[in-house]
Write a protein that binds this ligand. Structure first.
Ligand SMILES: Cc1cc2nc3c(=O)[nH]c(=O)nc-3n(C[C@H](O)[C@H](O)[C@H](O)COP(=O)(O)OP(=O)(O)OC[C@H]3O[C@@H](n4cnc5c(N)ncnc54)[C@H](O)[C@@H]3O)c2cc1C
Length: 493
């Protein structure tokens, strides 16, 4: 859709070849707020696509059971919004004071409108005039969304052909000249986009692009998924619950919950994982089938290699803890369009492009690793191995060192020298939310400067604000058109 929207009108022809025998992965039901920009950019209204995909609004993610520290057994990673202009400074100030030993409130759930909305199953869209835009993502049925976008792409003029690709022929420069298909003539093109999923048929198999595994600090390599019924209230958050050898997602759609257990096969068999998932869902006696999946975690070294661009699982995957995979796809496609539009397909352009995408992968990996590294569970070898893991990037080491020394990470993260890919508030949320602070015997009562902000005022502000937001179910029965003036005013700290 991104290519079609930008390139068809310039005379570029796009043809999708899809195997009739290899299915799609069929999971991936959560997103980041950037997906809003995808639909906005294409001019597709929520009222068009959301009902077609059983979609719901998402305010962020609750992490349950990742920390055993008292008061930090659960925390919410919110999507930031303009309203957070009024509470973010206080949150960062308090967290900083706490890393210096002051006994002040630092739990992220107390500071963000999104946490208040999620706790009450409210939609992140105000029912009446409200001066702040609240940023949000979506949950959706991945199969239905794929089908919806397929229909829209064909309407735009993308050609679609069902055929199984068996391999690629390279020319004398090592570029892809054509792909061979079962029962047909080879297909030629100027540029080949490999979106064959974990198979990486063109980027990895045909071109031999090296793959960098992240398995030395992200241990999960398998998942098992199954749906459960949903009641009349529809939550507006994903819940990520730590289990014995990984974590379980719970994603609300309009007609069901999607659930899945992401785990490490080095610590747990597929049967044990399914049993634990069923048990945690109260589905031990249910005959609802579960789907088992393998995951390859890491990335290719060159996402744009010669005349091939890899998109999606073919280019790499970081496990779904923060639901970031569709964002990689979106960014990769959009950056590629930028390069094509600039007419720059030189080797140097390839390098710049690949550096950008790799930075995005590495930054996201570091943020995901932090969830595991900072866990305080000691109940299984899996959690102990994660806590003891010393395979950390230099950037992450530097960030932890600053934090544990009671120094502010905000300036370095703000200019993306460390903690790349995530904003300042996300880093403060994860560290404060997990209760990670320098070890001290005693906290001191806060000084007047440390205690500058009143929690009562923050609470009053957020309590007053949530009154403007309707229940998620109510909002989904009559989705209003997008307010285009406000929808791009994003606050990102
Ligand atoms: C457990 C799990 C949970 C996830 N959760 C999230 C999430 O919450 N949020 C998120 O953003 N992402 C998530 N993802 C990732 C997300 O599912 C994928 O990024 C997304 O679905 C895109 O997949 P894909 O199109 O790259 O690959 P696939 O869905 O595997 O599609 C591959 C396509 O290539 C075709 N193909 C393969 N071989 C051939 C061939 N030889 N010839 C022709 N065609 C071929 C297939 O027919 C298919 O259409 C998750 C992934 C997993 C594994």
């Amino acid at each position: 859709m991104i290519f079609a929207h930008a390139l068809l009108r310039k005379g570029v022809e796009i043809e999708v070849l899809e195997s009739p025998t290899v299915g799609i992965i069929g999971v991936g039901e959560g997103s980041t707020p950037w997906l809003r920009g995808f639909f906005d950019g294409l001019g597709i209204e929520e009222s068009e696509w959301m009902p077609a995909c059983n979609a719901t609004y998402k305010c962020g993610i609750t992490f349950d059971g990742w920390s055993t520290k008292e008061g930090f057994e659960s925390y919410f990673h919110p999507f930031a919004s303009m309203l957070d202009n009024l509470t973010m400074t206080q949150f960062v100030h308090n967290a900083h004071a706490r890393t210096n030993g002051a006994d002040v409130e630092t739990h992220p759930n107390r500071f963000f409108i999104a946490a208040y909305l999620a706790e009450r199953n409210l939609a992140p869209k105000p029912a009446r005039a409200f001066p702040f835009d609240v940023w949000y993502g979506y949950h959706f049925d991945a199969v239905l969304l794929g089908e919806y976008l397929h229909r829209r792409a064909v309407e735009l003029g993308v050609r679609y052909r069902e055929c199984h690709v068996t391999g690629a022929q390279l020319d004398e420069r090592g570029e892809i000249a054509s792909v061979s298909i079962r029962d047909g003539e080879p297909v030629t093109a100027d540029i080949f986009v490999d979106c064959t999923g974990f198979a990486g048929l063109l980027i990895q198999k045909a071109l031999g692009t090296p793959f960098v595994s992240f398995s030395n600090n992200l241990f999960n390599d398998a998942a098992v998924a199954m749906p459960t019924p949903i009641g009349s209230d529809i939550p507006s958050q994903t819940i990520s619950t730590a289990l014995k050898h990984g974590w379980r997602w719970k994603i609300p759609l309009t007609n069901r919950f999607g659930n899945g257990y992401v785990y490490s096969s080095a610590f747990c068999s597929a049967d044990d994982a399914e049993r634990e998932l069923r048990e945690s869902l109260g589905m031990l006696d249910s005959d609802m089938p579960a789907r088992h999946l393998k995951m390859k975690i890491g990335r290719v070294t060159r996402h744009w290699n010669k005349n091939c661009l890899a998109v999606g699982l073919a280019q790499g995957f970081i496990e779904p803890l923060e639901a970031t995979a569709l964002l990689f796809i979106q960014r990769t496609a959009m950056h590629f369009v930028e390069f094509l539009e600039a007419g720059d397909v030189s080797e140097a352009a390839h390098d710049r492009f690949n550096q950008r995408i790799n930075d995005h992968f590495e930054g996201t990996r570091d943020y995901i690793v932090t969830h595991y590294k900072t866990n305080t569970r000691r109940d299984t070898d899996y959690w102990r191995a994660n806590a003891e893991n010393t395979n950390l990037s230099d950037s992450l080491r530097q960030l932890y060192a600053l934090w544990m020394a009671g120094r502010s990470i905000a300036p370095d993260v703000g200019r993306q020298a460390i903690g790349k890919g995530y904003p300042v508030f996300s880093w403060y949320c994860i560290m404060s939310g997990m209760g990670i602070f320098p070890d001290r015997n005693d906290l001191h009562p806060p000084t007047a400067a440390e205690n500058r902000y009143s929690m009562e005022e923050i609470d009053n502000l957020l309590q007053r604000s949530v009154r403007n937001f309707p229940g998620q179910r109510e909002m989904l029965t009559n989705i209003p058109p997008k307010n285009r003036e406000r929808s791009l005013q994003i606050y990102f700290w």
